[in-house]
Structure formats: structure tokens, C-alpha cells
Design a protein around this ligand. Sequence first.
Ligand code: GDP
Ligand code: MG
Length: 252
Amino acid sequence: MPVRNEAENIGPVAEEIAAGMSGQSPFEVVYVNDGSTDNTAVEIDRVMKDRPWLRHLRHAVSCGKSAAIRTGVAAARGRLIVTLDGDGQNDPAFLPALIEPLLQNERIGLVVGQRVGRKDTAFKRIQSRIANKVRAAVLRDGTRDTACGLTAFRRDAFLALPYFDGMHRFLPALVRRDQHEIAYFDVVDRSRRAGKSNYGMSDRLWIGVLDLVGVWWLIRRRARVPQAVEIVDKMCQGHSRITACNDLNGIP
Ligand SMILES: Nc1nc2c(ncn2[C@@H]2O[C@H](COP(=O)(O)OP(=O)(O)O)[C@@H](O)[C@H]2O)c(=O)[nH]1
Ligand SMILES: [Mg+2]
């Protein structure tokens, strides 16, 4: 869970996660505190006291949401990962259902939460609708909504993706580029519990256009990953190849 300046939301969201995950397989929750300047760190330390499944990683300075997600995934000890926002917009009750498709089908590399009943302001919803339409048309990633914080994926598949600031908004296209299948899951949206959004319009629009061009290029220029086999010289079989060949060539 990436968090930046979410002090008031830490306690309530931790409680909801505990309720949503009770009775599930062993799990851990990695909070990545991305250089928060409010009481987020104090709050995470407080809720960790009686929750041994909670971990607190901290960036010395804010590096952005993609960086925070990557830090959390790299630190995670499980093979399967679910992400969710730390502002209470994502209901942790959906966590087990998001993991399920990954357990059922090994070809699936990513499960994407799709928000229904959006609770954002009308202005933000329009921005989001336009951005999603443009992205889907350019990348043909078959995804209605890539900005939902609830996603689930395989740790190794995620860590193999190209890493850049903003990559978390392009997971379907990037995962598909690596030949994994994608599953979708509708999640009921909620309002931010407290605090304010970390993003303004300029962050999303201009950087979003630049990132879109970058991801389009990555897809266009995807290099085939060859299945390489080593051809072993029959004369050398059964010996250590280097020694044997050197012997044959008369090299000491
Ligand atoms: N680590 C990190 N998390 C961020 C950053 N910006 C946003 N977040 C987190 O990402 C989630 C979604 O951000 P939010 O500000 O709610 O964006 P919105 O829902 O699109 O308005 C929240 O949990 C934030 O705390 C950032 O720069 N770094
Ligand atoms: Mg939010």
C-alpha cells in the first residue's frame, strides 16, 4: 500500500484490512510511506504494535506512487501481491476476490479492479473518462479503467516490467506486452476518507500524454524473447565442454 500524507486514514484502513483478510491464507501488508511530511509514520508505527503482519517501509524523500509500489513489491515475501490505495477509496473487503483469478489460472498475470459507482467529483470523473478512452484507443489494452488502486499480480511478473515514474497507470498494457492474460473485477468505489488528493490536473494530463507515447513505443518495439537452446558438440558430450574442446584443439 503506497501512502503519502495519509495519517488520518492509516488506522481505519488497517482495521478494514484485518477484517477483510481474516481467515485467509497467511499474508503480510507492506505500507510504503513515500516521504510523508505529516504524522503518517507515527500512525503506521502505532497500528503495527498489535498487528505482526504489518510492515513499514519508508522512502527518505517522496519518489512517487510507482516507486512506492515497486519498493513494496520488491520487499514482499509472497508470490502474489494485491495493491490498494491508502486513502480508504478501495474497500479491503475485495482483496481475497482479487487474488482468486491468480490462484485459478496460471496464465493470468494481472487482475485489474474496475471502479463502479465512482465517488470522485464530476470534473475528475470527466478527466478520468477522457484519459481512459484515449489510453484504450492508443494502446488497445482492453481495459476500461486503469486508475483503480486495487490490482493483483504475480510478484515476478511485476518486477520484470519496465520501471518508470507513472508505470502503475499502464499495468494492463505492460503485462500484456509480456504475454500474460488479464482478468477484471468490478469494485464498488468509495470516497476518500480524509485528507486530500495527491494529484492535480497537470500531473495527470501532461505527464499522462508523455507516458502514453512511451508505453506505445514500448509495445511497438517489443523484442521477441527467444527460446534459446545450447547445441552441444557430440564429440564433447560427457566431458566438461571447455576442457574437452581445448583438448581436441590441442590447447593446454
Ligand atoms: N507513495 C506515494 N503514494 C502516493 C503518491 N501520490 C499518491 N499516493 C497514494 O496513492 C493513492 C492514491 O492517491 P490519491 O491522492 O488518493 O489519488 P486520487 O485518488 O487519484 O485522487 C493514495 O494511497 C496515496 O496516498 C506519491 O507520490 N507517493
Ligand atoms: Mg484517492
